[in-house]
Design a protein around this ligand. Structure first.
Ligand SMILES: *[C@@H]1O[C@H](CO)[C@@H](O)[C@H](O)[C@H]1NC(C)=O
Length: 261
């Protein structure tokens, strides 16, 4: 019985307007509210103008392009003339293993007296038509490096791997490196990032499943000694000499290893 009369009396107290109380409360909190609204509006506007002009999207693309340029797979392409000098005859049948292998294989098969083959260890969702055609022809295969490679022993004269090893733990390296050596006749070349380059790969995390672990040269050399892999000193020397002549400075670590069968 007391419930009904109370609100009536209250609204009468505040000048006959039943909403006066709530209005009053709203106006008290309004400075904060309006600042918040202005901020939200500003964010929305900035976000809209960026996406509208393609600013943000474009930057992102440019960024991942730049990261792509930083990869050791593109370094392999730059190093091909030096590799030819270092390996000569052994460049006749090359297997490249690593992300974006199509780019290397396409370049290899344009060279005279060179066969190019590729293993792509990650998904190829964004592969272009040329790449898809290489896959259809069986020149490029998609294969998880944690399993044995789909090739017979000594199928290739030279095996070049880039970037892919950075995503493998030592446990898998112990399996994968002997596999790479197994399918090679004359040598194994490893292109791997320097520790400082970690940042460049973070954006590709989803593709590779785990972050790249970029190891120092001393780590690699210790690892090679531990696992009985030996440096190919002659090839290393020739590669470096050819590089000096062409003023080539690799932005990745390059290791030349012997393969024994
Ligand atoms: C890898 O192989 C080396 C040499 O055989 C061994 O010392 C090392 O413990 C292995 N690492 C792993 C993680 O299995």
């Amino acid at each position: 019985m007391s419930r009904r009369p109370i609100p009536v009396r209250r609204s009468a107290d505040s000048g006959g307007n039943p909403f006066a109380n709530s209005l009053h409360q709203k106006s008290r909190s309004s400075p904060l509210l309006s600042i918040g609204l202005v901020l939200v509006g500003a964010f929305l506007l900035i976000g809209y103008s960026y996406s509208g002009s393609g600013g943000l999207g474009g930057d992102k693309e440019a960024l991942s392009k730049a990261e792509g340029d930083f990869s050791c797979t593109s370094e392999v392409q730059k190093a091909l003339p030096m590799l030819k000098k270092a390996y000569g005859e052994a460049m006749r049948k090359v297997l490249h293993v690593g992300p974006d292998t199509c780019s290397v294989v396409s370049k290899l098969i344009k060279e005279e007296d060179t066969e190019g083959w590729g293993v792509e260890p990650y998904d190829m969702e964004d592969a272009d038509a040329t790449c898809k055609s290489l896959v259809r022809k069986g020149i490029v295969r998609v294969a998880d490096l944690k399993f044995p490679l789909p090739y017979r022993e000594k199928s290739f004269s030279l095996v070049i791997v880039s970037d892919a090893l950075d995503y493998l733990s030592p446990k898998y390296l112990n399996k994968t490196l002997p596999e790479l050596a197994r399918v090679s006749m004359d040598g194994l070349v490893i292109f791997t990032g320097y520790p400082g380059q970690q940042r460049a790969k973070v954006a590709e995390l989803s593709k590779f499943g785990r972050p790249a672990k970029l190891r120092s040269s001393s780590w690699w050399i210790r690892y090679f000694v531990q696992t009985g892999l030996q440096e190919n000193e002659a090839a290393t020397k020739k590669f470096e000499q050819a590089g000096t002549k062409k003023l080539y400075k690799p932005s990745c670590q390059v290791f030349h290893l012997n393969v024994y069968h």
